[in-house]
Design a protein around this ligand. Structure first.
Ligand code: AMP
Ligand code: MG
Length: 409
């Protein structure tokens, strides 16, 4: 155990060895999930003009001297129009939501509290609940000119797209998406979808990793299956070292046929770490190959066991891809939640346990799901997250606060 490095040490080695990639331009509607690489600074305030938040009547609150007042209607202003009149004593302007507020007005009375009289030349207005600034927003009240609105390193969501669009941006500078090759290894594997011979299993890791890679904002390339022979692995691994990342699954633990670390070294991939104090996922291998032109391929040897591979992606590979993309928060975030079901944790390694959220009247709790170990792919389908139980034998009672890793979709 002493030779294993901790999860935190492994993650900081990833951050040390991976530098952010180059930039490219991206059209705004296509920018969902991309990583912004410029600080986006407002070049004007928002809103640009004082505006009404309601359909109703713009008034001067000093004219509201009784519960109901009758005012002269000067004109009607819709959103997108600019009124011709300033309002003076005894006057109002009918105004629509989003229309510029006329000069002189300091509140808007909603249309529901109005009653037109004399062919709409005049209007009766109920004044209760209306004070200066009611139902309007002033220029610059939301954002000021020169404010940093979205920092470099932010992942673009619909909210960021909307804000960029409000400011008229048509394209933004984002990180180039990494190419991630995936090569499963194992004599027992047949491609998912084909029938099985005796002793064989399907290659479920490759489709799983392809989907995880895509969800991390990278471009997966499934290279099929390498067999547990030096010649086949040498040929396939050498050919696979062309993208930004290579994910291998299987062949990295201590068995006779675990040839991957040896072949990676022969292919000039420098080992950064091998084996991490974590469960599942102990055999994890990470290294870097640097080409003569300085271009690098980052290589993960993931454990073959499907749930180990899945978890190693969430805790390590996703961090590496985020770092490559220049994201400001590359590390997985742990949240504290209340344990909803007692659990007995055992073993010398911190354990990520497939778990589900359970909603109660007094809040949300998290409960480990029934899990048969690292080849049990049903458990993660029942889970929303992973509880991280620290190393050591211990009973965890209901109500205790636990650390929870919530994976990205
Ligand atoms: P290994 O890490 O190669 O020793 O494999 C550990 C376990 O994971 C073995 O039971 C393998 O059969 C299984 N396994 C390896 N690769 C895959 C894969 N691509 N898909 C599903 N299971 C796998
Ligand atoms: Mg194997």
């Amino acid at each position: 155990m002493a030779s294993l490095i901790s999860v935190e040490e492994a993650q900081s080695l990833l951050l040390d060895h991976i530098s952010p990639t180059s930039l490219e331009s991206c059209n705004l509607p296509q920018a969902l999930g991309r990583t912004l690489r410029e600080d986006f600074v407002s070049h004007q305030s928002s809103p640009l003009f004082d505006k009404s938040l309601m359909d109703g009547y713009a008034v001067r609150t000093q004219d509201l001297t009784s519960d109901v007042v009758t005012l002269d209607v000067l004109e009607m202003v819709s959103a997108g129009e600019v009124g011709r009149h300033e309002i003076a004593e005894g006057e109002t302007v009918q105004i629509m939501t989003g229309a510029p507020l006329p000069n002189g007005a300091d509140a808007v009375i909603p249309v529901e509290k109005s009653q037109p009289v004399a062919e709409k030349q005049r209007v009766e207005l109920q004044t209760s609940g209306i004070s200066p600034e009611t139902n309007l927003i002033r220029a610059g009240a939301i954002l000021r000119e020169g404010q940093t609105l979205i920092s470099a390193g932010t992942v673009i969501r619909p909210a960021e797209i909307a804000l960029l669009a409000e400011y008229g941006r048509a394209d933004i500078s984002v990180s180039r998406r990494p190419f991630v090759s995936i090569l499963a290894t194992g004599d027992e594997l047949v491609p998912a979808g084909e029938s099985l011979g005796p002793g064989q299993i399907r290659n479920s890791n490759a489709p799983m990793l392809e989907s995880q890679v895509a969800s991390a904002g990278a471009i997966p390339n499934n290279l099929g299956i390498g067999r547990d022979r030096l010649d086949d692995l040498r040929e396939k691994i050498a050919a696979a070292l062309t993208g930004d990342f290579l994910l291998l699954s299987g062949g990295v633990s201590a068995g006779e046929k675990d040839l991957v670390p040896q072949v990676l070294k022969e292919c000039g991939v420098r080992e950064i770490f091998h084996k991490v104090r974590v469960k599942p996922g102990k055999p994890l291998w990470f290294g870097v190959q640097e080409k003569p032109d300085g271009k690098k391929t980052y290589v993960f040897g993931l454990p073959g066991n499907p749930v180990s591979s899945m978890l190693c992606f969430e805790v390590f590979v996703r961090t590496a891809i985020r770092q490559f993309l220049g994201q400001s928060h590359p590390l997985p975030v742990l949240r504290k939640l209340r344990l909803g079901k007692a659990h007995v944790a055992a073993g010398g390694r911190p354990t990520y346990y497939p778990s589900q959220f359970v909603s109660h009247p007094d809040g949300l709790s998290v409960e480990p799901v029934d899990w048969k170990g690292s080849s049990d792919l049903f458990a993660p389908t029942q889970a929303d997250c992973w509880i991280l139980f620290p190393a050591g034998d211990r009973e965890w009672p209901v109500g205790e606060m636990v650390d929870v890793l919530i994976p990205a979709l």
